[in-house]
Every structure is written in structure tokens, then in C-alpha cells.
Design a protein around this ligand. Structure first.
Ligand code: SAM
Length: 277
């Protein structure tokens, strides 16, 4: 008979403390150990529901070593509930390593579903959730980041990104610079007091968040395109100045030429303007 314990992957609220399932509360109460990304944070939920289960930390800096220890506990018959700071563990949060360690050790793994910011933002934005791609945070590594943005050019599904408030405007501008103007949504503070959805074209959203300092937690959603790369790629052999001059030669007024050049290259008008002065 297998006397090993189980791993329960538990979803927890992404803002509103009431967004926790009855099953999650029972599992958190009955588990022998709760492995939490930040024990102080999880303590707030446990205190509000009078749960006294032993807490231990499991975060991205101790995932392997702590994962092994937790596996040993489960092989000894203990049940472990895994929680992250918010939402579902394993979604831009630690979890994957422990889940796979359990699978390798033959430990049963089950999920206790809860909210996740990506899906909540997708449905709230109304931008189109029939098919979507979840990218989470853009990679910091420049080459990997470029690769993700390159794919986005011909993506026909809605793409979901997570972003921190202090990077929001830059990231929106970077996406705009790469794919040009596309319909998008920025969803803020889901399930909290200042929950908000801003829909518009990427260019407008860049302008808005340059003017209004972003505060809180954000999800960016980019509507899928028609599958064709933006026309910028057709002009990649042409410099910005040459492109602009070509438009002038074709009879465009200066202002119109800057606008058209920016739109055709998928960059901002300011970038064209800066190149011309
Ligand atoms: N595991 C979480 C989930 O299931 O959504 C994601 C954790 S990730 C470390 C944190 C990011 O998720 C935030 O920077 C933000 O982009 C997004 N996020 C989490 N809670 C949110 C909320 N209430 N409103 C908007 N975005 C949120």
C-alpha cells in the first residue's frame, strides 16, 4: 500500500480575499504543511480563515533544495499544499519544479483551482478569449525578448503579458514599436477597489500611461493580428530618412509623410521625427 502523502496545488486570491474556494480552505486546513512563496503574505489568508497549518517557504531561490525536502516529507506520508503569493502557483510563479519532482518520485499531484490574473483579465477586457497565448513577463534577455516580440507580429490570437507598473509604459511602447498600432487592453488591479480596463490602440495606450503614472498590478492584452507581419518589414532595407524622402517624392506633405512612415514601419512618429532632425 502506498502511504505517501499528496501535493495539492492550491489557487489563492489575486486581490479580493473572498476569492478562495471552499475546497482550498479545507485543504489548507487539513494539510500537514503549506509550502508558500512568501510565508508572511500567506499568513494573512490563514489568519483571516483561522487556519493554523505549519508554513514553510518555497520560492524561486530555494526551489530545488526545498523541493527535495518537501518530496521527502511527502514520501513520509505528509500532505503538502503549495500556494504562491497570488493566483495559481506555476503561472509566472514557482511550482513547476516541485510538481515535476513529485511526478519523478511517484507522488500523487492534484490541483485545487483558483483565480489567475491572465484569465480574469482576458474575460474582463472583452478583447477576445476564443484563443489566446499566455506569455507572462517578457524575458529580460534582449535576444529572447526580441524573439517573443517577433512572434507577436504575425500572431492571430490574443496575447497576454504580465508587467510591473514601473515598466508598463516602456513595454507598451516597445510592443508598439515592434508590431505597430494594434488594438489592446490594459487591465489593472483585478478584483480590487481600483479595478479598471483601458481599451484602445497601442499608440493611444502608450500616450495615456506616459501621462498618467501607472500604479498597481497590470495585465496587458494584445489583440491578434491578421497573420501578416506589419508592413515595417517591407521597408527594412530602407532607412527611415530614405523611406520618408520616398513619401515626399510621391507627393505627401511633411506631416502626412511622418505619420505614414511611422505607421508603415510600426514605430512612433517621434522616432521618425528624431531621425529627420
Ligand atoms: N500566479 C499569478 C497568477 O496566477 O496570475 C501571477 C503571479 S505574477 C508573479 C504577478 C503578476 O501577475 C503581476 O505583476 C501582474 O502582472 C499580474 N497580477 C497579479 N494579480 C493581479 C491583479 N489583481 N490585477 C492585475 N494583475 C495582476
Amino acid at each position: 500500500m502506498n502511504m505517501a502523502g499528496k501535493l495539492y496545488i492550491c489557487g489563492t486570491p489575486i486581490g479580493n480575499m473572498e476569492d478562495i474556494t471552499l475546497r482550498a480552505l479545507r485543504i489548507l486546513k487539513e494539510a500537514d504543511i503549506i509550502a508558500a512563496e512568501d510565508t508572511r503574505n500567506t499568513m494573512k489568508i490563514l489568519n483571516s480563515y483561522d487556519i493554523k497549518t505549519r508554513l514553510t517557504s518555497y520560492h524561486k531561490f530555494n526551489e530545488n533544495e526545498k523541493g527535495q525536502k518537501l518530496v521527502t516529507e511527502m514520501l513520509d506520508g505528509k500532505n503538502v499544499a503549495l500556494v504562491s503569493d497570488a493566483g495559481m502557483p506555476g503561472i509566472s510563479d514557482p511550482g513547476e519544479i516541485l510538481i515535476n519532482l513529485c511526478r519523478d518520485a511517484g507522488i500523487e499531484v492534484t490541483v485545487v483551482p483558483g483565480p489567475t490574473a491572465a484569465v480574469s483579465a482576458l474575460v474582463l477586457s472583452g478583447i477576445g478569449g476564443r484563443s489566446f497565448v499566455f506569455e507572462g513577463f517578457l524575458p529580460e534577455n534582449k535576444r529572447k525578448r526580441r524573439d517573443v516580440l517577433e512572434k507577436l507580429k504575425s500572431e492571430t490570437r490574443t496575447t497576454v503579458f504580465y508587467e510591473a507598473p514601473h515598466h508598463l509604459a516602456d513595454t507598451l511602447e516597445e510592443i508598439f514599436g515592434c508590431i505597430g498600432n494594434r488594438e489592446a487592453a490594459v487591465v489593472r488591479e483585478l478584483t480590487k477597489k481600483y479595478e479598471e480596463v483601458k481599451r484602445g490602440e497601442l499608440g493611444e495606450l502608450v500616450g495615456f500611461y506616459r501621462e498618467n503614472t501607472p500604479r498597481g498590478e497590470f495585465v496587458i492584452l494584445i489583440k491578434g493580428g491578421n497573420g501578416e507581419k506589419p508592413s515595417s518589414d517591407k521597408f527594412e532595407t530602407l532607412g527611415i530618412k530614405e523611406h520618408y524622402n520616398m513619401l515626399i517624392e510621391n507627393g505627401y506633405e511633411r506631416k502626412e509623410a511622418i505619420k505614414k512612415c511611422a505607421a508603415e514601419r510600426g514605430i512612433s512618429r517621434r522616432q521618425v521625427y528624431n531621425e529627420l532632425i
